[in-house]
Design a protein around this ligand. Structure first.
Ligand SMILES: [Zn+2]
Ligand SMILES: [Zn+2]
Length: 347
């Protein structure tokens, strides 16, 4: 593909490469859309799909009920506490006034006040009883609050356990789903890669090469860019296995290609000069000469040295003399640069 030396041909080839890339980019866009929509064939799972629904509903019901009970008990406790405080203040106030009165009575020693003493003592006892009652009402509410709190905590623990079990099941299911989605993607992209491999082997030089190369780029992109990020991370097994297989395949074909090339070169170098010259295309020979390598064996040759007419490595003729004017000229030129005589004619 890089052998073209004519200016227009070069530009045409450049344009055709652009066609290949544009074709590949549209195929990639289409393929990407297909791959992106693949997970929609699977159900989107949540923890709720795996939880023991009856048990969870029961636990949630208990939690709700106990929260309400706790709230109620707290409010009642606040009220009871207020009542107890006020009862205690009442009894303390009466107690104080009774003590003062008693002190006065001791001082005056008036026995006619004994009846009042009894009445005051009874009042004080009544207030003490009220205080005691308020306290026990408060204790009842405190107990109710504690019961509600503990029941709620138990239900919470039960629900957490249910959720943990459901979470485990969800994780397993998600891993399976991931593997299934990966399988679908592999089924889609692997045949593409196969077709691309066949096109590369058989059709890369065909007239329609821009489309062939566009498809090859698309298949490579679909496999290594669209698929690889979705590989499940099962300890990297799949990722590394695919990497190893692909590397071995690519490496194997590269080694075989190198050996084929060397074998072909060896056979070519054994052929007579005229036949080797026929095998080489004019543009290939010129391109290799421009890179200062022998067109026959591709080894470096000093082309500026006018003493060198033959490749010292493979013996192919690099420079000869015109049959008409005897000018020294490139053996690969079609015409003599000095007199214009066609190569191989004259003398
Ligand atoms: Zn050579
Ligand atoms: Zn000449």
């Amino acid at each position: 593909m890089s052998k073209a030396l004519r200016l227009s041909e070069k530009w045409f080839r450049f344009g055709l490469w652009i066609v290949a890339f544009v074709f590949a980019s549209f195929l990639i866009g289409l393929g990407g859309t297909v791959v992106k929509n693949l997970p929609k064939v699977e159900h989107y799972y949540t923890q709720e799909d795996f939880i023991d629904k009856a048990a969870a509903a029961r636990a949630r019901g208990i939690i709700k009920e106990k929260q309400a009970a706790r709230q109620q008990a707290q409010e009642a406790l606040d009220q009871a506490q207020l009542k107890h405080n006020s009862a205690r203040a009442n009894s303390a106030a009466l107690h104080e006034s009774f003590n003062h009165w008693l002190a006065t009575r001791h001082a005056t020693q008036r026995p006619e006040q004994d009846a009042e003493l009894i009445a005051r003592t009874r009042d004080l006892d009544e207030l003490k009883a009220l205080e005691r009652k308020a306290l026990s009402a408060m204790e009842v509410q405190r107990q109710a609050l504690l019961d509600a709190q503990q029941a709620e905590a138990h239900a919470q623990a039960e629900l957490r356990e249910l959720e943990r079990a459901a979470g485990e099941k969800l994780g397993t299911e998600l891993r399976h789903q991931e593997l299934r989605v990966f399988g679908y993607r592999l089924l889609l992209t692997l045949p593409l890669l196969g077709v691309a491999g066949w096109l590369f082997a058989k059709k890369r030089q065909s007239t329609w090469w821009p489309f062939v190369w566009g498809f090859i780029y698309f298949a490579l992109f679909a496999f290594f860019v669209e698929l690889v990020p979705y590989l499940p991370s099962y300890g990297g097994y799949v990722r590394y296995a695919v990497g190893i297989v692909v590397t071995v395949l690519v490496g194997r074909s590269a080694i075989l290609a190198l050996n084929r090339y060397l074998e072909k070169q060896k056979q070519a170098e054994a052929l007579p000069d005229a036949e080797r010259r026929k095998e080489l295309s004019y543009d290939t020979a010129l391109a290799r000469l421009a890179k200062k390598v022998c067109p026959g064996c591709e080894r470096p040759v000093d082309l500026t040295n006018t003493a060198i007419d033959f490749c010292p490595h493979c013996g192919i003729c690099l420079f000869d003399h015109c049959g008409q004017c005897q000018a020294r000229k490139s053996a690969f030129a079609r015409f003599c640069h000095a007199c214009g005589l066609g190569a191989g004619k004259g003398g």
